[in-house]
Design a protein around this ligand. Structure first.
Ligand code: PHE
Length: 344
């Protein structure tokens, strides 16, 4: 009799172990604990035992029943997930948490707008390295060593041994990619936009960052004149800042262009009347430009006797600041979502 109980208990527990879901748990309960189950049957047979054996057998039978019932309950709880400690339980009725969706950075957005204006004019986007050789950043752009024009670009040189030789630097502008593009495309005509990070060893304030994004433009071909430069840049200014914009070109100096110019638009805040934004001049300077210097064309492999070209460069943050009335360049790079989300 005693062996039968133990055998039954072990078999039952073994099968309980194997049950994988509530359905199988229910089947197990009917088989062992149900009204017609194995345990009930044996329990009933206790009544047929001689009276002196009944108490002991009854006690044993009830103990097995209790043990099996407990084991079953524990497993049902576990399967239902109630065995999870309270702090780990999840409330599936809670509203879902919205995933944080990123937004496009305002400088990227502005850059894309610039691409959209120049693409129909035939300008394709090319890129170049941010760590640059002195040769490309300066020398081939007509800025030899010890030339005073180097003072225009407060330069960050990269780690030794290059820092000491000053041969390698973080590019101070995107113009070195003019040379790289000419080397790559020569003798084909060129129309490219060159975006990218630039670096300068400067103290940071509302209008200066040590890292900023420029976009350069370069067109090289036969018969390109200053009229093309003015036409293309006027079209750009009007699409970017409004069809009614006036533009102003004034002489400026950059060693890699001749003639060189600075382009301004009439102030978009006061329409040229004079206000705080334009420093009471009525004009906003937006970019530097010029006809590619013959020396630079030559350095890029083009014969300046038959090829000409124009180039321009602008700070994308400045364009975005003017367009959106942002008065501090540092906002772009301080990771303040309250600022960045306004441009989604
Ligand atoms: N590279 C110049 C700068 O960073 C801008 C420029 C580009 C001027 C192309 C003329 C032509 O200041």
């Amino acid at each position: 009799m005693r062996e039968r109980w133990e055998e039954l208990k072990e078999k039952a527990l073994r099968e309980l172990e194997e049950a994988r879901d509530l359905q199988e748990m229910e089947e197990w309960r009917v088989t062992y604990l149900g009204r017609r189950g194995a345990l009930t049957k044996i329990l009933r047979s206790v009544g047929k035992l001689p009276p002196e054996e009944r108490p002991q057998a009854g006690e044993r039978a009830n103990r097995v029943k209790r043990e099996l019932t407990q084991a079953w309950e524990a497993k049902v709880e576990a399967l239902k997930g109630r065995a999870i400690p309270p702090e780990e339980r999840i409330d599936v009725t809670l509203p879902g948490r919205k995933p944080l969706l990123g937004t496009i950075h305002p400088v990227t957005r502005t850059l894309w707008e610039i691409y959209d204006i120049f693409a129909p004019l035939g300008f394709q986007v090319v890129e170049g390295p941010e760590v640059e050789w002195d040769r490309y950043n300066f020398e081939l752009l007509n800025i030899p060593k010890d030339h005073p024009a180097r003072d225009m670009f407060a330069t960050l040189y990269v780690a030794p041994p290059y820092a000491r030789s000053q041969e390698m630097m973080l590019r101070t502008h995107t113009s070195p990619v003019q040379i790289r593009t000419m080397e790559r495309f020569c003798p084909e005509p060129i129309r490219v936009l060159i975006p990218g990070r630039c670096y300068r060893y400067e103290s940071v304030d509302a209008t200066h960052e040590w890292m900023f994004i420029q976009v350069e433009g370069l067109a090289v071909g036969q018969g390109i004149t200053m009229a093309d430069l003015k036409g293309v840049l006027t079209a750009f200014a009007r699409q970017m800042f409004g069809e009614e914009r006036k533009v102003r070109f004034r002489c400026d100096y950059f060693p890699f262009v001749e003639p060189g110019a600075e382009m301004a638009i009439d102030c978009i805040v006061c329409q040229g009347e004079g206000c705080r934004v334009c420093g009471y001049t009525g004009w906003l300077e937006i970019l530097g430009a010029g006809m590619v210097h013959p020396e630079v064309l030559q350095n890029g492999g083009y014969d300046p006797g038959s090829y000409t070209g124009f180039a321009f460069g602008m700070g994308v943050e400045r364009i975005a600041m003017l367009k959106h009335g942002i008065d501090d360049i540092r906002l772009f790079y301080s990771n303040d979502l309250r600022f960045l989300k306004q441009f989604s």
